[in-house]
Design a protein around this ligand. Structure first.
Ligand code: ADP
Length: 800
């Protein structure tokens, strides 16, 4: 299976979400380290009153002066220096600050005497803010409020600001404040607090979604749930706004670290969204989403390397960042539009509405930002994201709950079906057991030809009925993945002989010619699941005979080696029957699907045979091919790889089976055990009689009892060599009887064999784990019963 971006099942997290969460953790770690271990820009101070919101003169390079009020836009080219001077008022207190809002600008502050106002005399440098403030990260200073400490002695002096744009990004002189630091912050906070709240809410919502979905993953669903991607997206976006905007100075100590992290967080937001959308779209656009996700991650890696090596820092490569972000969003939008046009978006209508709201708000953010009208950096983006996250979370959660409900129903239905099958199989097998058992006695005892003929017919019909039940059971086993392929050594000639013996009379009954051809090079001894191979052949030949009115049915056995040890056994079943329409070929292997029903309505069938056949072939890594001309006939070819046991070839099949030909022997018991004492427990008296009769000739001393309690009483008073114990009995069933026996007589050490009509998946394991020594499924034949007793009775009692 391909690696999916999203894992739909299993508790294993896909690599994408791992990568995303690790990156987020790294970013958080960088922010934390930045706050406490790296040099930081923030210098604390308190109280006093806001004095001044500034007016300056600009000292131009040619010496001319220009009266300006900040904030204003002045053309500052990259590398150029803007010189502003102001005469400080008289009310400066100790502890006051002069604050300047720098946007990627180096700021140098000088103090000089009043007489030098408006000249190019610099005076004494009292403060500087440039890239040396954040030496580890990039070429540009982080934007932020620069606080210049003041004191009373500065009253009346000239304050000279030299502002150099490091990137030419914002051509303006920022807002200046002059006053008590606490007040300055209060003013900034008043302007910015709303954005701070939105960013904080988004971050908290994101973290909460991640935590809840992790808990749900671990405790309930055991798989990654799609909402967690949304959580990561919201977290990244919230943190981005916090880190990117000016109020980061209110929250963080080291804001150049967080400012740099903002660039990565900006890219992580669409990355998480891609994973989320992909999941919601049920991986319909997996390939394109994977590529986009890969591009985003690659961009993060490349830009980070460029930044850290100071080749080009995040600010300088920001256009790439934006390009990739918008590209990713556009890609998602296109898939949503495609879904919308194909009417597939209805499932996630609300999410699309949220997505659109986010797009509109983001556009608003960009426009207002470009026009310099947005003081709450990120607030529109934040509001848009919040709307999106809440709608999308609601949408996905309700979808998920619906899906879970459907799954729960399906499981409940599946269980009910299994139960029903178990009961039905029990109900039908019990009487067949009696019929076939009694019939076997007739065949053993009667020498009268017509009676034997009738009995043979009963036997054939009984077995047909059984095979029908087995088909249904096999289907349910395949459905619940409980069917196993059990390989063993077998002889190909034996398999083919069985098939020929079974089907030649059937074909001849319908006046069809029946041909069997075996390629002499086929190995005689193969290793595989003979029972299932024969089941495949039986299904195909059965159909061929069923759906052919005149002509012939041919079974060809051939194949070729695929390597030294493997032989691709090939079975061709060719008929001259009705054939199959081309249009029907597609559904042929679907369960319960019968084709051409009008013509076939008189032919019995369940529509399960080919479905089981193709499942069996698939399980054995083989293939099935249908070649059919409607009205002319069909060829079904099954090819199954089998291990080669030895080099002997089958040679001439006809000669081989003639040599092996055995006289059809009359029944003869395989052993006698006149001293063996066996207790048989079954509530059904006919079954007790059948077992007694089937074992008659072995001379075993049988004690039949019809309830669990009676069995326990008998075991306490007598000694037995083996117990055959029926499972389904009223009052105390076989399981309970066994448990009670083990409890009341812990020293009891004889084989106890479960006898049951319950042949549903998992039965064998169930009986063995309950403490039974072995398990016999009804209807039991004399041969099966004898083989089981021979295996478990103490050898000293067996006389051949
Ligand atoms: P069924 O129990 O109906 O035979 P299968 O799964 O074995 O179920 O087959 C599915 C359908 O395929 C049948 O109902 C029949 O219409 C068609 N079919 C199968 N084998 C043949 C064949 N040899 N010739 C014509 N039609 C066939």
């Amino acid at each position: 299976m391909k690696t999916h971006i999203i894992s739909d099942n299993g508790n294993k997290k896909p690599w994408t979400i791992k990568m995303l969460s690790w990156l987020m953790l790294l970013i958080l770690a960088a922010i934390v380290v930045g706050q406490f271990l790296l040099p930081n820009e923030k210098k604390k101070s308190e109280e006093a009153e806001l004095l001044y919101k500034g007016s300056f003169v600009q000292v131009k390079p040619d010496g001319t002066l220009l009266q300006i009020n900040v904030p204003t836009k002045l053309d500052v080219k990259k590398g150029e220096t803007l010189v502003l001077e102001t005469i400080l008022g008289g009310k400066i207190e100790n502890g006051d600050y002069f604050a300047y809002n720098s946007t990627h600008q180096s700021v140098h502050v000088y103090l000089k005497i009043p007489g030098s106002f408006g000249t190019d005399i610099k005076g004494d440098e009292i403060f500087s803010y440039d890239t040396t403030a954040s030496p580890f990260f990039g070429n540009n200073t982080a934007s932020g409020y620069v606080f210049v400490p003041m004191n009373q002695a500065m009253s009346g002096m000239v304050l000279r600001l030299e502002i150099t744009s490091t990137d030419g990004y914002r051509k303006n002189a920022g807002i200046c404040y002059y006053g008590n630091k606490g007040d300055i912050w209060a003013l900034i906070a008043k302007e910015r607090a709303l954005g701070l709240v939105v960013a904080a809410v988004l971050t908290v919502v994101g973290i909460s979604i991640i935590v809840v979905s992790e808990l749900v993953r671990l405790k309930v669903f055991k798989r990654v749930i799609p909402i967690s991607y949304l959580g990561w997206g919201a977290f990244a976006c919230g943190l981005y706004i916090l880190c990117e905007s000016r109020y980061r100075q209110l929250v963080f100590l080291n804001y150049s670290v967080v400012a740099n992290m903002a660039f990565i967080l900006l890219l992580l937001t669409p990355a998480a969204d891609i994973l989320f959308i992909n999941n919601v779209q049920k991986s319909r656009y997996r390939n394109i989403h994977t590529i986009t996700f890969g591009i985003v991650m690659l961009t993060i890696i490349v830009l980070t390397i460029l930044h850290l090596t100071k080749v080009a820092d995040f600010l300088q490569t920001m256009f790439v960042n934006y390009l990739v972000c918008y590209g990713a969003v556009a890609e998602m939008f296109i898939t949503v539009i495609i879904d919308y046009r194909k009417n597939r978006a209805s499932e996630y209508k609300l999410l699309v509405a949220g997505f659109t709201a986010q797009a509109i708000f983001s556009a608003l953010e960009i426009v207002l930002d470009a026009k310099g009208l947005n003081i709450h950096t990120g607030i529109y983006l934040g509001i848009g994201s919040l709307i999106y996250v809440l709608l999308a979370a609601y949408n996905t959660a309700s979808l998920m709950l619906e899906e879970e409900e459907e799954k729960r129903k399906a499981v409940a239905e599946g269980e009910a079906k299994s139960m029903f099958l178990a009961n039905m199989s029990h109900e039908i097998r019990t009487p067949i057991n009696a019929v076939l058992g009694m019939n076997e006695m007739i065949l053993r005892d009667s020498k009268e030809p017509s009676t034997r003929e009738y009995a043979k017919n009963i036997e054939a019909s009984g077995h047909l009925l059984l095979s029908l039940i087995n088909d249904i059971l096999d289907y349910s086993k395949i459905e619940s993945d409980k069917l196993e392929i059990i390989p063993a050594s077998y002889k190909v000639s034996g398999l083919v002989k069985e098939l020929e013996n079974t089907f030649r009379p059937k074909a001849e009954n319908k006046n069809l010619d029946f041909y069997v051809n075996v390629d002499p090079v086929v190995p005689e001894h193969l290793y595989g699941d003979e029972v299932r191979i024969s089941q495949i052949a039986i299904n195909l030949i059965n159909n061929a005979i069923k759906y052919t009115e005149k002509g012939s049915v041919t079974l060809n056995i051939s194949g070729r080696r695929s390597d030294k040890e493997t032989f691709n056994l090939r079975l061709d079943v060719i008929d001259t029957g009705k054939g199959i329409k081309n249009t029907d070929k597609g559904v042929l292997f679907e369960a319960f699907k019968r084709v051409d029903e009008k013509k076939n309505k008189n032919i019995e069938g369940t529509g399960l045979g080919l479905s089981i056949t193709s499942s069996l072939i698939n399980m054995m890594q083989g293939e099935i091919i249908v070649d059919s001309v409607y009205g002319m006939g069909s060829t079904f070819t099954a090819i199954v790889p089998q291990k080669i046991e030895d080099e002997e070839e089958i040679g001439n099949f006809k000669e081989r089976i003639e040599n092996e030909h055995e006289e059809v022997k009359e029944y003869k018991e395989s052993f006698t055990a006149p001293d063996a004492r066996v207790l048989v427990v079954d509530d059904n008296r006919t079954n007790l009689t059948v077992i007694r009769l089937l074992l008659r000739d072995t001379k075993i001393i049988l004690t039949p009892v019809d309830s669990g309690q009676k069995a326990i009483d008998m075991v306490k008073e007598n000694s037995y060599d083996l117990i055959l114990l029926d499972h389904m009995m009223p009052e105390m069933d076989g399981m309970e009887t066994l448990a009670k026996l083990r409890e009341e007589m812990p020293e009891l050490n004889i084989p106890i064999i479960a006898l049951t009509a319950n042949a549903v998946p998992g039965s064998k394991e169930m009986y063995l784990s309950a403490g039974f020594s072995d398990y016999l499924s009804k209807p039991v034949s004399g041969d099966m019963l004898e083989a089981m007793l021979r295996k478990w009775l103490p050898s000293r009692l067996i006389k051949s």
